[in-house]
Design a protein around this ligand. Structure first.
Ligand SMILES: [Zn+2]
Ligand SMILES: [Zn+2]
Length: 260
């Protein structure tokens, strides 16, 4: 399974998962025009026919362009039953609601979901094929019980590491926003992301830190926190960017590169 992170952060999120003939866009927080530019930046044509668009939750940085993207990519929209009504999709867009906590299938990919604590209904997703499993966990205020076990089989984990708590506390955000971001229904701090990594039953081969705040975090701080939690050098650790897309190949390619 190949993943391209087209953008990650509060200005807009979109990821593209591919396995064989199945392709899934996850989140539509970037306009179709921006998607075209991001695909071009990794040397690819924008697909005009994808299997599905999955929207994790209704916040604008994940859902603002769902209607247009689903129309342009000629695909149905999958979202949880709680999220779907808030997406305000055009009538012409086909909708496929799923129950959070249940699994469903899109072509070659089986998708597992579980609810996350956030200030809108939100889900963590695991994308599973015959070869691998990739977890996507962003927009959560704390790590709920059962999440480490849900992610236990993931070879690759795309995990929110939104803010450094000290930078948030001393930073420029108004108090209300500081409370929202740092609260139990807000976003995951570097330390909380580290705690989750430390509690995983099986260490992933690759971790990508996601949804970093451009105001209240620094990539090096997020990385150091994750490195300390992982405790050894065998996991490949990457940081996703807001504007610079990141292409992740099959995990065995990574292992090969590390071995060389
Ligand atoms: Zn978000
Ligand atoms: Zn959100």
């Amino acid at each position: 399974m190949r993943v391209t992170i087209l953008g990650s952060g509060s200005e807009g999120n979109a990821l593209f998962f591919e396995s064989g003939t199945t392709s899934v866009l996850v989140d539509a927080g970037l306009s179709h025009r921006e998607l075209v530019q991001r695909f071009a930046a990794v040397g690819r044509e924008t697909p005009n026919d994808v299997s599905a668009l999955i929207v994790t939750h209704s916040h604008g940085d994940h859902a603002a362009h769902a209607s247009v993207c689903a129309t342009r990519l000629r695909c149905p929209v999958h979202a949880s039953e709680e999220t779907m009504p808030s997406l305000r999709l055009r009538r012409s867009v086909r909708t496929e609601p799923f129950s959070a906590g249940r699994q469903f299938r899109i072509g070659e990919i089986t998708i597992h979901s579980v609810r996350l604590p956030h200030d809108a209904p939100q889900v963590a997703l695991v994308f599973e094929t015959k070869e691998t499993a990739i977890g996507l966990v962003t927009d959560l205020g704390h790590v709920p019980r059962g999440l480490p076990r849900f992610l236990g089989e993931c070879e690759t984990l795309l995990l929110e590491s939104n803010h450094d708590s000290d930078m948030l506390a001393s930073g420029p955000y108004p108090t209300v926003l500081k409370r929202r971001v740092g609260g139990s229904l807000g976003h995951l701090s570097n330390a909380q992301a580290g705690d989750l990594l430390a509690y995983l039953p099986q260490v992933p081969k690759r971790v990508v830190l996601m949804h970093l705040s451009q105001t209240n975090n620094a990539p090096q701080l997020a990385k150091s926190s994750a490195e300390a939690a992982l405790g050894h050098g065998r996991t490949q650790l990457l940081v996703a960017h807001q504007r610079q897309p990141l292409s992740l190949g099959a995990i065995r390619d990574t292992q090969l590169r590390l071995a060389l």
